[in-house]
Design a protein around this ligand. Sequence first.
Ligand code: SF4
Ligand code: SF4
Length: 294
Amino acid sequence: MKLNRQIENPAAWMETTIKTFINSSPENSLKNKGNDRVWADPLVGFSSGNNPLYQEFKEHIGPFYWTPLEIFTKTFPRLKVRPHELTVISWVLPHIETTKSDNRKQTVYPAERWVRARMFGEEVNEKLRSHVVATLQEAGYEAVAPMLSPFFERKTSERYGFASTWSERHATYASGLGTFGLCDGLITPRGKAMRCGSVVARIKIPPTKRPYNDHHAYCLFFTKGLCGECIPRCPVWAITEAGHDKVKCGNYLRSVVVDYAKSHFGLEGEAYGCGLCQTGVPCESKIPTEYDLK
Ligand code: SF4
Ligand code: SF4
């Protein structure tokens, strides 16, 4: 049996692992002429495998949705583990300013940098997930990235439509790094123009304090009845006061944006976010206040 290397401060160790990868890896590139980076300095947070929010997500989303214990025991069926022995390690990768400012100017289609960030940035995010898992395993801590698991599946939730067995945004919410906005995006201290990721590991790390009790705490529409600036940003009216219509949004991205990216930028992928609702809004780069409204 491989022994765990004793880590004095596992939170600092994981934070350094994630930040160093993003801040120094040549993989963090838009692969454009200037070889500009995709992601700015990440945020890192932690939640316990026995956080009751994970069971609540399952009850809301559907029985197919994994708790941390479920994906861990699927991956390591011979290990006897209890939920409190697990930690979900989560991160937020904020877009750099030039990507956001290019997309802010758009009204129908995404800017090239945004498309590149969705495509090449998610490749970086995948490599980061693998890197975090490998770093933990090398030190003797079993770990799995749910999004990279062969068991990961897209599903349909009776309540929410398009869903899957694991949600990075929900893990990030449980790990104290943000709350949901009207458009379904997660508003973090670095804003909503970001992507996130997570790994479940058998390691004890003190959970990050969640500075909120409500899952909409950072959205001005829900807390103060103000804003709604993401509504007119959407070119296909997939956002209304009732929330985000995933079907309308998905149809636009798959039927229009994919072709646009190919014909205008020569980039071929299966799906791109247009990100207009994530940019040019008060919650783009920060937790918004009423003073940020137009
Ligand atoms: S733009 Fe306004 S209404 Fe939309 S998610 Fe952000 S804070 Fe909420
Ligand atoms: S990603 Fe684009 S299409 Fe989808 S809701 Fe946001 S603005 Fe609308």
